[in-house]
Design a protein around this ligand. Structure first.
Ligand SMILES: [Mn+2]
Length: 271
């Protein structure tokens, strides 16, 4: 183990209902004991959002993370998650359902937009007020050590504010509000991807870090776009994050819903 001046930080990419795989990953990383309790001591664990859809048990994954979040502080640890786009997809389906004319998406309603994005009926059925409140409170952006954590490789976050705190506040205000047009806009924006990929990607990433990095973040860590889409690997072969954009971006979406085994990424350079 390298010498540390602070406790380790681990990141897990988009789970998309693969609760059993998440459990296996956390166990293998020493963060979870045999009784599914926190065993990560003073480590931090961040989920990147997109717990739901395309896989069997998104609610189970959220319940696990919520429980670990309560347990981890007892040993000086911390568990947290970003907001992905599949959280507002599910919440929108719950809130606006099949009411016509509210969504500009291909489904025409929030319920059908969610279904078209892999919605699983059981997740909607098991969405309790407590889970709904937890999901609504998730931050869109987080500064963790030298990393800027963001779910999507997209730039729309800038339209919600000029700082991490402003963006988190304004995105949460949409989810706490009852304006379907604001929800629709957020979901539309949240489907963007590939902002840091290809020609100009490095410069765009640099600007994004200058905007939200508080002068301390040196790289963007994101999920949302399965690594196999960029690397050309088969999803089953993806076992590590993808560093790109001149080293300014780290993609941690192992594409678990595509059959990827997933991985736990330890963010280095902290403290
Ligand atoms: Mn996503």
């Amino acid at each position: 183990m390298p010498n540390r001046s602070s406790s380790p930080v681990f990141v897990v990419g988009d789970v998309h209902g693969q609760c059993e795989r998440l459990i296996g990953l956390l166990r293998d990383a020493g963060l979870l004991d045999g009784d599914l309790g926190w065993s990560g001591a003073d480590a931090s664990l961040w989920l990147m959002g997109d717990f739901f859809d395309r896989g069997p048990d998104g609610i189970g994954a959220v319940e696990l993370v919520m429980r670990l979040q309560r347990q981890a502080p007892r040993t000086g640890g911390r568990v947290d998650s970003l907001l992905g786009n599949h959280e507002p997809l599910l919440l929108g389906a719950k809130r606006f359902g099949a009411e016509p004319g509210l969504s500009s998406g291909p489904g025409g309603t929030f319920a059908s937009d969610w279904e078209r994005n892999g919605g699983v009926a059981r997740d909607l059925e098991k969405l309790t007020p407590e889970i709904k409140e937890w999901l609504t409170s998730l931050p869109a952006l987080a500064l963790v050590g030298d990393a800027l954590l963001v779910h999507a490789d997209a730039l729309f976050y800038r339209e919600y504010g000029g700082t991490v705190a402003q963006v988190n506040q304004n995105v949460a205000a949409v989810l706490r509000g009852a304006d379907p047009a604001a929800w629709d806009r957020l979901l539309d924006q949240f489907s963007e991807r590939d902002a840091f990929n290809g020609a100009g990607g490095e410069e765009t990433a640099r600007e994004f870090l200058e905007s939200f990095g508080s002068g301390t973040a040196t790289r963007v860590v994101h999920g949302h776009t399965p690594i196999s889409r960029h690397s050309g690997q088969r999803p089953e072969e993806v076992t590590a994050p993808l560093l790109y954009a001149g080293g300014l971006c780290v993609n941690v979406d192992g594409g678990m819903y595509l059959g990827g085994p997933g991985f736990v990424f330890e963010v280095e350079g902290l403290g």
